[in-house]
Design a protein around this ligand. Sequence first.
Ligand SMILES: NC(=O)c1ccc[n+]([C@@H]2O[C@H](COP(=O)([O-])OP(=O)(O)OC[C@H]3O[C@@H](n4cnc5c(N)ncnc54)[C@H](OP(=O)(O)O)[C@@H]3O)[C@@H](O)[C@H]2O)c1
Length: 341
Amino acid sequence: MRTRRVHLKQRPRGLARPGDFEVVEVELPPLQAGQVLVQNLWMSIDPYMRRSMEAEATDLEPWPLGAALDGPSVGRVLESRHPAFRAGDVVESMSGWQEHFVSDGQPFVPYLSPSHSLAVRASAGAEPRDYVGLLGIAALTAYGGMACLARVSAGDTVVVSSAAGTVGSIACQIAKLRGARVVGSAGSPDKVRWLRSVVGIDHAFDYREVVLRDELRAACPGGIDVVLENATPEHLSACLPRMKELGQVLIAGFVGTYSDRGSMRIENFEYVLDRFLTIRSYRIMDFLDRYDEFVRDMLAWRAEGRMTLQETIYEGLEQAPAALCALFTGGRIGKTLVRLA
Ligand SMILES: NC(=O)c1ccc[n+]([C@@H]2O[C@H](COP(=O)([O-])OP(=O)(O)OC[C@H]3O[C@@H](n4cnc5c(N)ncnc54)[C@H](OP(=O)(O)O)[C@@H]3O)[C@@H](O)[C@H]2O)c1
């Protein structure tokens, strides 16, 4: 059987461009005993993928040139010669960037697994695309940060950057559920309006239009208890002088540095010492044992109308490169997905 997949043609300098990728047609091997044929339905587009495009990354396997790529996806089993899977099963994998693939059915662990590992996903109330959206890696990152790590009490002030992105918007909603006063920064007037009117946070601002330090002083007059940093060292640097004593800084990532690794500089570090702050970066592997609880909470909150995830959908595998490039030029609210079938 023939299928299509995306290869990396060249490694970008600075912003990635669709021309750094190519769509190729390949022949899949015939299905052997113990194997599963999967058709991908949806794939996730995530900021870390820009770092996978580099020849070297400190914590990621670089994407190869001219070969299959990996990334979160959800698909349907078309044919199974494996006892643990049946035709029609919805399966999550790290085998994005391709329309079909053959798997030996190894157990799936996000990020850590070989790309063709699989997990059957069948939670009541979930659509296939939820496993790369509301129940996907970025959502688990928000949950891990705001529901598991953050010490948030009612009335606390929480600041979230890239607040209109996936991690950011879900983290804002979890902080609101915990009774916090939530301040979010984002990169356009539309995102600010959406954060105020749909996500319902207490204060949102466009970081391109303000002096960060002044805006944070005005927005958090009593200081900040918790920061969830998704965006840039510059944003975190502006938060540090506003932190309360014993405040907590959680770093999910610095999306603003992924196209330019030269810009990693944190200022105002003296406040970490003077205010006895905790700073922790983290990743979803830290919360895999909370996965069932995460799924239960996210689906319950959505059913109660207390959790929403906006999605930007690109149609077809050939749009996947453009979808990834667009992550770094702003404009898209919430989760970016590609519909593959
Ligand atoms: N630790 C983990 O295991 C883990 C897992 C998933 C994600 N993450 C991290 O969490 C953060 C958010 O990820 P996500 O999945 O929520 O991303 P997302 O939904 O794709 O949102 C990305 C947002 O980042 C902002 N952005 C892009 N380029 C930027 C730049 N140069 N400067 C400042 N902001 C920029 C844009 O928002 P604006 O227009 O508002 O700037 C964009 O909408 C990232 O740092 C990511 O690496 C970590």
